[in-house]
Design a protein around this ligand. Sequence first.
Ligand SMILES: [Ca+2]
Length: 446
Amino acid sequence: MNSWTRRDLLKTAGWAGASALTGLSSLPAADLSKKPNIVFILSDDAGIDLFSCYGSDRFKTPQIDALAGEGVRFQTCHSAPLCGPTRCLFLTGRYAFRTGGLTNQSWNAAGGMGPNSSQEIGIAKLLKQAGYATCCAGKWRQVGETPGDWGFDEWITDPTAGGWYWQKSYTQNGKLVELDKEVYCPDVVHDFAMDFIRRHDKEPFFLYYPTHLVHGPILRTPDSAADSKDLYADNVAYLDKVVGKVVAEVDRLGLGKNTVILFSGDNGTAKQSGTIGGRQVNGAKASMWEGGTRVPLIARWSGNTPKGKVIKDLVDFSDLFVTFGELADAKLPEDRVYDGRSFAPQLLGKTGKPREWIFVQLGKQWYVKEQGWKMNQNGDLYDMKEAPFEERLVPADTQNEAAAAARKRLQAILARLNPAGGKTESIDPKAAAQGKKAKQNKKKKL
Ligand SMILES: [Ca+2]
């Protein structure tokens, strides 16, 4: 569609919030054909330190850099520190203490307390109601049931709990597909995803593309040299290539102006984060430090997003749900709290209503963070001026006025959110005990 028309639509929409927390509003009712397609590529275990547009010292990611050059790049996007909680946050738009999507164990068969698709309204269902064809292509592990249960029309994923690269099987639309020889599953997923967008190029579509790259095990890629000394770099390069291929196919189909392509990561880099400008990013995957949750967020909507703009606004993963909802002109359910703030205006070069703080949770640990300060579940206050490299604990008896004021503000936010008053158990203790007993009995019999 004509980008100026859409800008005008957004300008006149008013952006009246559907709830005090979300800032989501509806665009004026529009012709379905004018709704933008949404392609969301979610990489795995990839913090900002892996990407050259974020200043990585080690890797070059030309395709992802090009996407950022043609669109906008958010400097301060936070996921949860692990796969499962981040994916739940994205799928539901609600913080973990509301849904129970607290840890990777929240969906274990033995008493996991994570949400199911009848309790929460998944993003695919929301967009489907708004007229979208929906597809999930890639990793689904650590969230219960199947993508189909959560509202995806078409889906392909892995049937195993292990890594999913060179395999002889996968699950496509609920059916196990078994092959005679190993295939490189990221390529199978890519072909499935591109076939989906080609078949739906005349209607609004939502492609959720959670690639397994670059989660371990780190294996050779089809592009790895026989004597490759750095398979990890090969995996980062393959991820970059995949992103470039998605963008190229969207453009080849002539859909660039009507497709928002987003790229992000589900948590920080595994084991150890890298350096940016010679400085070590603090923490890594699974930690509550910056390196656990600072992930890339890049968005391109050709003709609409300003080219190469770097946005410093805080974003957390609950924001994706309401942003996609806004782009799709979807009606947000009114019977529950949504925690996100739409960044759709920022995609159009507008100021929008940036968040003043973000919230991150993993199990019984959490923190709230402003641009300059952060407070965790114990009330520890950190000066974040040097983030993501340093997080300085502020002494409890500090006389610094700015720190004292920040302490008060962050305490008030946490008191209002009250995570401790929500869901706090990932596993039902009773079911877990029963599961343990059953396991012991089985062992005895053996
Ligand atoms: Ca992950």
